[in-house]
Every structure is written in C-alpha cells, then in structure tokens.
Design a binder for this molecule. Structure first.
Ligand code: ATP
Ligand code: MG
Length: 232
C-alpha cells in the first residue's frame, strides 16, 4: 500500500479500551517510526505505555484505528506472521523451563556457535559463567523463572530476538528493581547489535534513552510529544 514504506511502523488513530464500558486507555494515538529508528517511550504509571506495546502485538484488540507494519495492517495478518516481524520484551519476561539453549533457539534453528556468539555479543557470557557449573556448556545451563532476575531474563529474550533477526523490538523495561548495570548492558546491546532494527524502549529513567532518535511522551493515553530528546 502506498501510505507506508517497507520497514516502517505506522500507528494511526489508535484507540484501546480494556472493556466496552470503560474509558479508553489509549486515545487517538498517531505516530510513524521509520526503519531503524530508536524510540524511547516515557509517561507516568498508568499512562498506557505497556498497553501500546501489547497493541502492537495484537495482545489487545483496538477499539479504533490501525497499526501498519511493513505496509500491512496487522489486523489482516496471522499472529505467527506478526510475531516474526515484532518482538516484545515485556516487563516480566517468562522464560521456558529448559536450558539457555532452548530459550535462545526454541526451534533448533541455530548452531551452538551462533548461540554462544549471541550470548557474548549481549554481554551475557560473564553473567552466565558465574551461574553455571563448569562441567556443563553454558548452553546446557538449566533455567526456570526463578533462576534469573527480571533484567537478566530480558537480556536473554533480547539475545533470542537478535538471533531471530526481527525488525521491530519493543522493550518494556522491568520496573521492580531497576538494576542500572543491567539497564546499561541492555542499552549497549541495542546500540551495537540492533542498528538496523526499529527499537522502542519503554524507559523509567530519561538517561536510558537520551541517545535515542525520538522520545514519545504519553500522558493519560494521549500523545503529548514525539520529538528529539534534546527538546525535552
Ligand atoms: P507502568 O509505568 O506502571 O508500567 P503503563 O504506562 O505501562 O504503567 P498500562 O499498563 O498500559 O500503563 O495501563 C494503562 C491503564 O490501563 C491503567 O489505567 C491500567 O489500570 C489499565 N489496564 C492495564 N491493563 C488492564 C487490564 N488487563 N484490564 C483493565 N485495565 C487495564
Ligand atoms: Mg507498564
């Protein structure tokens, strides 16, 4: 379709309600993210940041408006197709019970070397070396929900997204105990490994996203600003 270029993300007049009788949580939101742009999203708690992320993955259905990815209205494509184009790294990532390997590459599409490389590039190697016993390969390290912190689980999910080469990655920063060292590691990985992808980071500290291309400010479900971080 002529209105949207390949690799772009267009949000057009998006309205989201959690139930028909409730007031909208996102109100007529419109913005366009160009290929490879990095967008930070800020706003008070309850302003609709996570709801926006969920909408992009069709985990909530809009009451109005459209979301267009690669020129395609996402309501017209299958969920599996959508999930190959967009990855969301939620505030509380669930890992599969299994190993680091089964979490990085659930379909067995990558070699061990590729998996080890991506761990290295995401700065996860030192972290996992600590936690794994020397008799196992790092990839065979068992993981479950309790064995890694929220930030570490997000970094593993990011490594998975890098392996899968999704073009749009939405990162909803963990709120609970913001680990600034992990936060810096995640941002470094975004800068180094996701140069060609659209990255949308929902951030809790402005410092995290100061080097991004644009900052989207949400206020009570409305778009208050969508400009350069220098103008904030
Ligand atoms: P935070 O910074 O705390 O993560 P947020 O900006 O991500 O907040 P959302 O989680 O998107 O905010 O919530 C936006 C609004 O929608 C809030 O008023 C919230 O109470 C409401 N809401 C969120 N999820 C649901 C749900 N499943 N059912 C009903 N209302 C919901
Ligand atoms: Mg949230």
């Amino acid at each position: 379709g002529g209105s949207s270029a390949s690799g772009e993300l267009v949000v057009d007049n998006l309205v989201v309600k959690y139930a028909p009788g409730l007031p909208p949580v996102l109100r007529n939101l419109s913005f366009t993210v160009k290929p490879s742009e990095k967008v930070g999203v800020v706003g008070r708690t309850g302003s609709g940041k996570s709801t926006l992320a969920l909408s992009l993955l069709r985990m909530v259905e809009p009451a109005g408006g459209r979301i267009i990815v690669d020129g395609v209205d996402i309501s017209n494509i299958g969920l599996e197709d959508l999930w190959t184009r967009i990855t969301i790294i939620s505030q509380d990532v669930s890992l599969f019970s299994g190993t680091i390997r089964s979490n990085l590459d659930p379909l067995g599409a990558n070699t061990d070397q590729e998996c080890l490389d991506v761990l290295e590039r995401c700065h996860l190697t030192p972290l996992l070396k600590h936690a794994s016993s020397s008799e196992f390969s790092m990839l065979d390290m068992p993981v479950n929900q309790g064995s890694l912190s929220a930030g570490e689980r997000q970094l593993v999910a990011m490594a998975r997204a890098i392996l899968r080469r999704t073009n749009i990655i939405i990162m909803d920063e963990a709120t609970s105990q913001i680990d600034t060292r992990l936060d810096d590691q995640i941002q470094q990985t975004i800068r180094e490994e996701l140069t060609g992808a659209i990255v949308i980071t929902i951030a809790h500290r402005l410092k995290t996203i100061m080097d991004y291309d644009r900052i989207l400010v949400l206020d009570d479900g409305e778009l208050l600003d969508f400009g350069s971080p220098k103008t904030l």
